[in-house]
Design a protein around this ligand. Structure first.
Ligand code: ADP
Length: 508
């Protein structure tokens, strides 16, 4: 690029030499052409050097003329022509340099914005932005720190997870929020330098990255040797852009994450609704079946009693069946009534009174033991009598539900253990536990079993009757008493349900 202006320069010098050799010759103006050409092509260095050479080439014409004719307007004009190309070359060259630097900064800003745009990990994007910045500033080293706290801020331009050195200029800038401009970093008292001072000063800038929410990081740059004012200004300008771009990128990422979370939640809620819908349809068919079974038995046995004169022992057996099925029907209707009350958000009606827990448990154990001969029932009463303030009917329903589940879900028989005592880990609460060694519940189903309509399929209990409502009612009743129900279970080993209710000195 410089060969053209040089050739032009030589041509002008030759033309001057072979023509009139006058210091004020019009040809001298032609020296400006290669000078401006070089300035446009190579900036101040190119324009200045070609301008200086042009002046030197004109000197053998302009200086002897001054000697010969003294200071006339023509010789003064010639003298002026010695310096004019140099001045013009430097001025135009500097303008060119300035606009090139501005264009480079603009390109760097665009590259930063493009680099931080779109999806992808912020760490990767910051790493490439740090590379762009280093190239744009012609720096020896550059570090991009992201974070607001010196102890946790990460060096985005270093290996993932690298933390900032607390004695560095960057840490100083981050902690103080002030820019650090150091003429020699290795001799700067504010900084604990990792290298001893050397012959070449280490210029450095640590510029806080400021966004709308305050300081979000630091741009730290090192140069060996001189650092021009324009590079300094460029670093300041780029730090401003990086601060805003980092914050923008963070906001975008946060929005993306939020949108993803929202989509996941909506998908989960939709799936849950679909599940519930399906469960409700299944529930309706189960309810009809559950109602039909005792009704059929009631019809059959009552007809038998009406139509035939049965001997007293057979008639008694029929009456026992009738009673059992009527109780089953009563239980189902009770559960459905409770459910409808919960569904419409009406509180469960409780009539709390002092309840002797031991008496209630013994009664139920006797009842179940009489009905389920294939199970062994073991009742461990608490040492001193435990008294509760509870609705006796609700408490009875909770105990019956847990006991009937313990029996239903241990189809091969086995032991059902009951205990009541003050809860050791819950001061002021009474613990009532029902444990079986039945089929157990898989861990992934445990969180669902207290939901309405949920029944856990198991080959051994496929024909077991139930609406999937018992535990949800136990939970609702326990909570209405200010307590709760918990479960521990292992598939194939058994389950232990723990009902925790406030002791007698508690109000609810
Ligand atoms: P269901 O009328 O089906 O018994 P529940 O709400 O009482 O309804 O129980 C929900 C589900 O939890 C049952 O279908 C069963 O799969 C499981 N379950 C409850 N109790 C036990 C238990 N003691 N052992 C094993 N599984 C149980």
């Amino acid at each position: 690029m410089i060969a053209g202006p040089v050739a032009f320069l030589v041509a002008v010098a030759v033309a001057m030499a072979v023509t009139d050799q006058e210091p004020a010759s019009v040809l001298r103006h032609l020296y400006l052409v290669p000078t401006l050409w070089a300035a446009l092509a190579r900036g101040a260095v190119g324009g200045g050097s070609i301008g200086a050479v042009a002046g030197l080439l004109h000197a053998p014409v302009a200086l002897p003329a001054v000697e010969r004719a003294g200071l006339t307007s023509a010789t003064l004009d010639g003298l002026l022509s010695l310096g004019l190309p140099l001045v013009a070359g430097l001025l135009v060259g500097r303008l060119v340099d300035g606009s090139r630097a501005r264009a480079a900064r603009l390109a760097a800003v665009l590259a930063i914005q493009r680099g931080l745009d779109g999806a992808g990990a912020l760490d990767d994007k910051l790493l490439s932005v740090a590379g762009e910045l280093r190239a744009a500033l012609g720096a020896r080293r550059l570090a991009l720190l992201v974070g607001t706290d010196v102890r946790t801020a990460q060096i985005a331009s270093g290996p993932v997870g690298s933390l900032v050195d607390v004695g560095s200029a960057a840490a100083f800038a981050l902690a103080s929020g002030q820019r650090v401009s150091s003429l020699d970093l290795r001799a700067d008292p504010r900084v604990r330098a990792d290298e001893p001072p050397g012959p070449t000063p280490l210029r450095a800038l640590a510029l806080p990255l400021v966004s709308g929410v305050g300081v979000v990081g630091v741009l730290a740059v090192e140069w060996s040797g001189d650092l021009s004012r324009s590079t300094r200004a460029a670093a300041d300008e780029l730090a401003l852009h990086v601060g805003l771009a980092v914050e923008n990128a963070r906001l975008t990422l946060r929005q993306l994450r939020f949108a993803e979370e929202l989509a996941e939640k909506v998908a989960a809620a939709t799936a849950r609704l679909r599940e519930l819908d399906q469960a409700k349809s299944e529930f309706l068919s189960v309810v009809s079946h559950e109602l039909r079974t005792p009704l059929t038995a009631l019809q059959g046995f009552s007809e038998l009693l009406l139509r035939s004169a049965l001997p007293p022992d057979k008639a008694h057996r029929c009456l026992v069946y009738l009673h059992t099925e009527a109780c089953a029907l009563g239980r189902i209707v009770g559960e459905l009534l409770d459910l409808s009350r919960i569904e419409v958000g009406r509180p469960l009606e409780l009539r709390p009174e002092r309840v002797d827990l031991d008496e209630l448990m013994e009664r139920n154990v006797e009842l179940f033991a009489a009905e389920h001969r294939e199970h062994r029932f073991r009742w461990t009463p608490s040492g001193p009598a435990v008294t509760l303030r509870a609705d006796p009917d609700a408490l009875d329903r909770m105990v019956k539900n847990l006991l009937s589940n313990a029996v239903k879900y241990s189809p091969r028989g086995g032991q059902v253990s009951l205990s009541a005592c003050p809860a050791e880990d819950q001061p002021g609460m009474v613990e009532l536990a029902v444990e079986d060694d039945g089929v157990g519940i898989p861990p992934e189903q445990l969180p669902r079993i207290f939901d309405k309509y949920v029944r856990v399929p198991h080959p051994e209990t496929a024909t077991t009757r139930g609406l999937g409502l018992g535990l949800s009612l136990v939970k609702a009743l326990a909570e209405a008493h200010g307590g709760r129900v918990e479960v521990d279970s292992l598939p194939g080993k058994g389950s232990r349900f723990r009902l925790l209710l406030p002791g007698v000195d508690r109000d609810f």
